[in-house]
Write a protein that binds this ligand. Structure first.
Ligand SMILES: [Zn+2]
Length: 351
């Protein structure tokens, strides 16, 4: 008898476990970012199924944005191509939102912001479904717009105040860098764009130091890379405010395309510079955006001031080679660099 009861209990226990394991995870039904008021952007993550609470959600902040890990959920019909809406008012802060299924019953939502957001700027709340308003249950993330909020920006009215900007046209002399299908060299594009940026920045009130102004090796022909690159870093005076290295990308497949910008890992100011350069190059250059990336490039890790290396486009791509060689397009890229530098000093108080 006793044995029978025990058996019953254990059977019940197993059944209970099975029932718990089979409870369906909640499914996301949509994500919307909008302006709640002039100081706050609200991001609503709607879902159907088991109610979620604070125990199901963890958040993490990085330079790029905020990541929410949602337990007991599936992305449902929300994906990169559907179910995510960023209203125009929220676009001043929210750049992109990504949703991924990371494990069984586990979804991550990554929200990339255009300016830095920290823990203290965001709150997370939970709302039940509201049938009369036809709304699913929601996870609500409210993010305060910082004082550094970026409005539509024009260069008029901003001045460099004599700050020293170092421009480093990549390669030169014995080192052509990458070479395009019709023979355009990376060293010539990097120099042309840098010289144009020098003129624009000087006109905006900056002092510009160039690592080279002609087609030469900065150290000497044939020296090791580290010697050549250190010679470039050494061109920066001790009061240099920013160091920007200008390059073009290359790949064996001519279809590879787009621009990207880099900063040294963990370099907070460098990351901000790389992000602003990336935004302006996207806006004015119009190539596909390969993103803002961290890497241990010599000139960035050895620079004494915030530094970024930019890849203007793929010189190995026939269409981009043609653009990169054109005077008009080079002028746009130079303007993008100038805008990014202006924004770096005139927004956000990183001076
Ligand atoms: Zn290069």
């Amino acid at each position: 008898m006793l044995k029978k009861i025990l058996m019953c209990f254990s059977l019940l226990f197993v059944l209970t476990l099975a029932a718990t394991a089979q409870a369906k995870p909640a499914e996301l039904t949509g994500i919307e970012a909008f302006d709640l008021d002039k100081d706050t952007v609200r991001i609503e993550i709607s879902y159907r199924g088991e109610r979620l609470d604070a125990g199901d959600v963890s958040s993490e902040f990085s330079l790029a944005g905020m990541k929410l890990d949602l337990d007991n959920t599936l992305p449902g019909r929300v994906s990169r191509v559907s179910g995510i809406q960023i209203q125009s008012g929220a676009r001043s802060l929210v750049d992109k939102i990504f949703v991924n299924k990371t494990q069984e019953r586990h979804t991550s939502v990554r929200i990339n912001f255009k300016s830095e957001v920290t823990d203290g700027d965001a709150t997370i709340n939970f709302e039940p479904a509201n049938r009369s308003e036809n709304k699913d249950a929601r996870i609500i993330v409210d993010v305060k717009k910082s004082a550094a909020q970026e409005d539509d920006w024009t260069s008029t009215g901003y001045f460099g105040g004599g700050r020293v900007i170092v421009l480093d046209p990549g390669h030169g002399g014995s080192d052509a860098g990458a070479i395009g299908p019709t023979g355009v060299t990376e060293k010539s594009v990097a120099l042309a764009v840098s010289l144009k940026a020098q003129r624009l920045l000087t006109a905006s009130g900056y002092q510009v130091v160039m690592t080279r102004t002609t087609d030469v090796d900065v150290a000497a022909p044939g020296v090791p890379d580290s010697t050549e690159l250190q010679a470039r870093v050494n061109k920066a005076p001790s009061n240099a405010a920013l160091f920007i290295s200008v390059h073009c990308n290359a790949f064996s497949n001519g279809k590879a395309n787009g621009m990207e910008t880099y900063h040294a890992p963990t370099a907070v100011k460098g990351a901000r510079l790389a992000r602003l350069l990336n935004e302006e190059l996207e806006r004015l250059g119009g190539l596909s955006n390969r993103g803002v990336k961290a890497a241990r490039f010599y000139v960035m890790t050895h620079s004494q001031c915030p530094a970024s290396l930019i890849e203007l486009g793929f010189i190995t791509n026939p269409r981009e080679e043609k653009l990169l060689a054109s005077d008009d397009y080079q002028q746009k890229l130079a303007q993008a660099i100038t805008n990014a530098v202006n924004r770096y000093f005139n927004q956000g108080g990183f001076d």
